[in-house]
Design a binder for this molecule. Sequence first.
Ligand SMILES: NC(=O)N[C@@H](CC(=O)O)C(=O)O
Ligand SMILES: [Zn+2]
Ligand SMILES: [Zn+2]
Length: 346
Amino acid sequence: MTKSITITRPDDWHLHLRDGDMLRAVLPETARDFARAIIMPNLVPPVVTAKDASAYRDRIMGALPDGSDFKPLMTLYLTENTDPDDVAAAFHDGLINAVKYYPAGATTNSDAGVSNIKNVMPVLERMAAIGCNLCIHGEVTNPEVDIFDREAVFLETILDPLRNALPELRITSEHITTKNGVDYVKSADRNLAASITTHHLIINRNHILVGGIKPHYYCLPVAKRETHRVALVDAATSGDARFFLGTDSAPHTDPTKENACGCAGCFTATNTMSCLAHVFEAANALDKLEKFTSLNGPEHYNLPVNDSKITLVKSDAPVVYPSKIETADSTVTVFDPGFDLHWKVA
Ligand SMILES: NC(=O)N[C@@H](CC(=O)O)C(=O)O
Ligand SMILES: [Zn+2]
Ligand SMILES: [Zn+2]
C-alpha cells in the first residue's frame, strides 16, 4: 500500500556543513530536501566576525549544486572578544540570523567559546535589544559533573540565571536531550524554544554502549536513557510551537569516528526526513510532522514559512540509501536508525 503526505518544505535549524571538500560532499545531502538551514560556525578557525560569516556564506553558495535555491542562515561563534557592534551590524544587514554560544571545551571545536558568561554579557545585552537570537550548546564542562548530567546542570546554573537577567533575549536551547530540557522549555512562556535532533528521537544510551561501542552513535550532548528519548518524542510530536527540528547533522570522516578517541557527531542529512516520518508515524502524529520540520522554526526565528512543498511517500519495500557518502579523502557514515525506513521524499 502506498501512502503519502505533503508538507511545507522543511528547514534545518542546526546544521554542520564544515568547509572545503567536506562542505562539497555534504551540502547536496541537505539542499535536496531542505529550503534553509542555520549553519553552525564551529570551523577551524571559527566563524567569529561578520567578515568571516560573509566569506563562509560565499563558500557555501559556491558549493551548492546547480539550480539549488537552498539558503544558508549564518551564525557567529560567540567568543569573549566578540564585538557587540560587529554582531549588531551583521544582524541589521541580514547577514546573520543568530549567534552561537559554546561553553569552552563542551564539544567539537569549542575551545574558543565562552569560559565565563560574565565576559559576554555586553554582547548578549545588545542582542536582546536588537532581537538577535542566541543559540546555545547547553552543557556545563566542569570535570566533576557527570557527562549524563551536564545538560540538566547547565539549565539550572547557566540558562535559568541568564533568562532571569535578560528576559528579552531570544534563545534556542539547542539539541536538547533530556526530559529536564523539555520541561524547562515548556515552563517558559516567551523567548525560549528548543531544537531536537533526528538521532535523539531514535537512540538512547544503550544504542551506543550495549554489545560493543558504536562510534557512529556518539554525539554531544550524548544520548541519555530511554525515558528522556520518550520525552523528546512526546515534545516533538506534540505540535507545541516551542519545539522544532535541528538535525545537528555533524559529519566526521570514518577514520576520525572509528578511533581510540573518536569525534562526536552523527551524520543524518541523507535520511533525516525518512527517519522523522517513521518516528512521527509510530507516534501516531504524522499530522504534526509539518509543525516540527517546517512551521515552528520560522515562527521562533521571525522568518516567513517556505512557500514550496515536499511530498513524502511510503512504500512497502524499504528505502534504499547509501550507508556512506564519499568525500575527497575519505567516507562519512550515514546514520543508521537500526530499522528499515519506508518513507522517502518524492
Ligand atoms: N553534536 C556533535 O556531537 N558534534 C558537533 C558539535 C555540536 O553540535 O555540539 C560537531 O561539530 O561535530
Ligand atoms: Zn552542540
Ligand atoms: Zn551541532
